[in-house]
Design a protein around this ligand. Structure first.
Ligand code: NAP
Ligand code: G4F
Length: 362
């Protein structure tokens, strides 16, 4: 049975990759960090599976990496752990560099120092943010990098150190240059999930307005569940190589917003420009979306669109499994149910408190 180690297993991609590898018959090991609330929502449903094991460690802690990698001796490592929020990287640049840049080096060295150069294959979660202030559209494996945030600069180091170890030590290590991929498990402060949750809350009377930053930013959004297959395919390849993983289609934050509200039953129209732009409910005339400079970044990446031709032809990967409309729909449907459940729970709690106060229930 093949053994895989996933760092960042509690994140969006880590949870989908765990399910994917368990289905393939792998023994899956995951690295987790201790947290004050020890509940891992995205992987709670697989904890207890006989081939699913969790280990405490941290990308900032070489000793924990040496210990875990030396003990498990995995056939494959998927390094998904990162401080993955671009805007937050402006607030915590040093931590971001330590985890997203030096953390990659720590993994490579742990593999080398424990004598697994020939036996262990490594996938590095790289990113379209490397193209940053883009120099061509669409972006391919040969497009020059121009990282445009502390996050992207750190990830750039990760990309180059993987390439260096591949050439210097002939290690099977490669980077997936993944464009944005979203899902119902996406972190709630990334723009897509922030929008789908807000659309669901506004439609159900639980929120008045949504405040966003740059509505004109363009992204190539895919479905995370489809993208984890590519990580695995890259490690099954004959040669270690880097691949762009994207859909090849581009949409603005504004378009995402209009579609999400549409699936929540609200037709929006946008009026005004820049900070004055508003998203207005066509039926009621209410302003539901406003622009706030709080969500502007010191430097923003505004024109991402990937060309997945190499992954399609060499890995046989299909980027068209889940289209943009379907992705937005499934995220909104999930969040509509989530908010409805939360409303029902609140109602039950309030009723119960009233009964307890009146002494009806003891
Ligand atoms: P995510 O949901 O934010 O998950 C990040 C994971 O990293 C979490 O499990 C987190 O653990 C863990 N982590 C953070 N700091 C750590 C540290 N110091 N040591 C160990 N673990 C740490 O991210 P994602 O969307 O799944 O993305 C996975 C990877 O792909 C990331 O490297 C990201 O930068 C990269 N990427 C993502 C996209 C995308 O669109 N999703 C696109 C390109 C590249 P906690 O749960 O304890 O916080
Ligand atoms: O959803 P975002 O925060 O994702 P971003 O910055 O593209 O980063 C994500 O994708 C990268 C791949 O390209 C990953 F490497 C990275 O780990 C992460 O998963 O922002 C998308 C766009 C930006 O241009 C941002 O300025 O949406 C714009 N935006 C507008 N209003 C907003 C908001 N972003 C956020 N998070 N929140 C807003 O209110």
């Amino acid at each position: 049975m093949k053994k895989a180690l996933i760092t960042g297993i509690s994140g969006q991609d880590g949870s989908y990759l765990s399910e994917f590898l368990l289905d393939k018959g792998y023994d899956v090991h995951g690295m987790i960090r201790r947290s004050s609330v020890d509940y891992r929502e995205r992987i709670a449903h697989i904890e207890g599976h006989p081939h699913f094991h969790l280990h405490y460690g941290d990308l900032g802690d070489s000793m924990s990496l040496l210990n875990i990698i030396g003990k498990i001796r995995p056939d494959e490592i998927y390094n998904l752990a990162a401080q993955s929020h671009v805007q937050v990287s402006f607030d915590v640049p040093e931590f971001t560099a330590d985890v997203d840049a030096v953390g990659v080096l720590r993994i490579l060295e742990a593999v080398r120092l424990t004598g697994q150069v020939k036996t262990c294959r490594i996938y590095q979660a790289s990113t379209s943010e490397l193209y940053g202030k883009v120099e061509e559209v669409p972006q391919t494996e040969t497009t020059p990098f121009h990282p445009y945030s502390p996050y992207a600069v750190a990830k750039q180091y990760g990309f180059w150190i993987v390439k260096e170890y591949r050439e210097a030590y002939h290690m099977f290590c490669c980077s997936g240059i993944l464009f944005n991929h979203e899902s119902e498990r996406r972190g709630e402060t990334f723009v897509t999930r922030k929008i789908t949750l807000a659309a669901a809350r506004i439609a159900q009377g639980r929120q008045d307005k949504l405040r966003l930053g740059n509505l004109s930013a363009l992204r190539d959004w895919g479905y995370a569940r489809d993208y984890v297959e590519c990580m695995w395919l890259m490690l099954q390849n004959d040669k270690p190589q880097d691949y762009v993983i994207a859909t090849g289609r581009q949409h603005s934050v504004r378009e995402f917003c209009m579609l999400a509200f549409h699936y929540a039953g609200i037709e929006l129209e946008f009026q005004g420009v820049g900070i004055e732009e508003k998203g207005i409910d066509k039926n009621s005339g209410r302003i539901l979306v406003e622009v706030s400079s709080d969500f502007y970044r010191p430097t923003d990446v505004v024109n991402l669109c990937g060309d997945p031709t190499k992954a399609m032809t060499e890995l046989g990967w299909d980027p068209s499994k889940t289209g943009f409309e379907e992705l937005v729909k499934l995220m909104v449907e999930y969040d509509m149910k989530k908010i409805a459940m939360e409303k029902a729970e609140t109602k039950i709690r309030v009723n119960l408190e009233e009964y307890l106060e009146k002494g009806v229930v003891k």
